[in-house]
Design a protein around this ligand. Structure first.
Ligand code: PCA
Length: 222
């Protein structure tokens, strides 16, 4: 089984992006479950509304994965946030790395309003928590390049056999330390890697066992 894990290049004037730092460490990894062994390939995506989806689609063509896990940095998040839904809108608070700042523009004209992740998101959260990682469901991937990639990926893979989804991760400690003002939560790249490997192992186990996602609440009241 092949798994593609994507991470983004740094954006917003940063030197690092935890999503690429962890993805590149996972490149070449073999993840074992009882019935399956999965080989991980890491792919770096540009933080660009115009270029990111093309790079992702090329990678899917090249590696023919059964699972695609896209990762992105989310300032202020304190846990490994498994995203539930991608929405068909770009509304950029800052410009991307090419200076583009689309506001209220659909990701794909005429496409549905939203797509759900096709990964077993609750299974992933449950597995990470059981291994001691801070993890949760997130109900929004935002409206910047991460959501755009997530939406475009779900649209391209809709109705097929490939399972795909998105996970937002906290800042690295060295990034959080450089921010002025309120202290932001962070997670080390080692913890991120161990948590994400735990989540991917749960994904391949659930594929191997043809298991449906677990029913634990990831809901919020507000
Ligand atoms: N985070 C941004 C884009 C790239 C990244 O790592 C986002 O959440 O949209």
């Amino acid at each position: 089984m092949n798994i593609v894990v994507t991470g983004f290049e740094p954006f917003g004037g940063e030197q690092l992006n935890p999503s690429w730092e962890v993805a590149r460490r996972m490149d070449g990894l073999q993840i074992q479950s009882a019935h399956l062994t999965a080989h991980v390939t890491a792919v770096k995506l540009p933080c660009s509304f115009s270029a990111s989806l093309g790079v992702l689609q090329q990678a899917i063509q090249t590696y023919q994965p059964q699972v695609v896990l896209a990762l992105g940095q989310a300032d202020g998040r304190s846990d490994i946030s498994v995203e539930r839904v991608a929405i068909n809108v770009c509304d950029a608070r800052i410009a991307d790395n090419e200076g583009q700042q689309p506001i209220d523009v659909p990701v794909i004209e005429g496409a549905p309003a939203a797509y759900f992740s096709t990964l077993p998101i609750k299974t992933m959260v449950q597995a990470m928590r059981a291994c001691g990682f801070a993890a949760g469901i997130s109900q929004t991937a935002g409206t910047f390049v991460c959501n755009q990639v997530f939406f475009g990926m779900q649209h391209a893979l809709a109705g097929g056999q490939v399972l795909s989804g998105f996970v937002h991760i906290p800042l690295l400690p060295e990034q959080a330390a450089q921010r002025s003002g309120a202290s932001l939560p962070s997670m080390s790249v080692e913890v991120l890697q161990d948590g994400l490997v735990c989540a991917l192992k749960a994904v391949i186990e659930s594929i191997g066992d043809h298991r449906a996602d677990v029913k634990i609440s990831g809901g919020t009241l507000n």
